[in-house]
Design a protein around this ligand. Structure first.
Ligand code: URA
Length: 207
């Protein structure tokens, strides 16, 4: 059993390494690397795409308009950002907020993998296409948003990116409805884990 202290120390070491990372060329243009933040004991980990301008300035994930909306979405299910863990697929801002390149994603994956290994969340929520692609390869966000898959006792749940809902008002209702499924899925998974180990299907899960 890993203690909170051990997790915090592993995270702090990881943040120091990410701060000076030069695994891809994004280090040349970034102001600050954005490793991620939140509770080391978080049950839920939200994974976005890449830092934008605000995140690059502050070195913190989801602190611009999309982040404010993410905070509102968390409030819908009575959570504060301090209670979850928030990270991105890419730890440094792509110039002009362009889409991350496959080489950048590949270079950055080991950081995210280490974060997941340290936090050991019960649920991973992907925000947007790039994050979804890591856990739901080959799937389309319009088809699988709001559905979950369970693997090795972790629930993977796909959502639209909060920025998409800011740009397309019509998505707000959808993203909020998806958000409200999170506590239900988490509670259900915990119940199932207690009653009968290693189930493959939960209600609400997509195929
Ligand atoms: N969009 C993201 O995907 N991540 C952030 O941290 C901010 C905006």
């Amino acid at each position: 059993m890993v203690t909170s202290r051990e997790k915090m120390s592993a995270l702090s070491e990881l943040y120091q390494e990410i701060a000076v990372c030069r695994r891809c060329d994004l280090f040349k243009s970034r102001t600050k690397a954005v490793p991620g933040e939140g509770s080391e004991n978080a049950e839920i980990m939200f994974i976005g795409e890449a830092p934008g301008w605000h995140e690059d300035q502050q070195g913190r994930p989801f602190v611009g308009p999309a982040g404010q909306y993410l905070d509102e979405l968390l409030a819908l299910i009575n959570l504060k950002r301090e209670q979850v863990y928030i990270a991105n697929v890419i730890k440094s801002r792509p110039p002009g907020n362009r889409d991350p390149l496959p080489t950048e994603i590949a270079a950055c994956h080991p950081w995210l993998d280490r974060q997941i290994e340290i936090i050991q969340p019960k649920m991973i929520v992907t925000l947007g296409r790039y994050s979804m692609a890591k856990f739901f390869p080959g799937k389309s966000i319009s088809k699988i948003h709001g559905t979950a898959q369970r693997q090795d006792d972790v629930i993977y749940f796909a959502m639209y990116h909060p920025a998409a809902a800011l740009h397309q008002g019509g998505l707000r209702g959808v993203i909020e409805e998806d958000m409200r499924k999170i506590p239900v899925l988490l509670a259900e998974a915990k119940n199932v884990a207690e009653v009968k180990p290693a189930p493959q299907q939960l209600n609400m899960f997509g195929s």
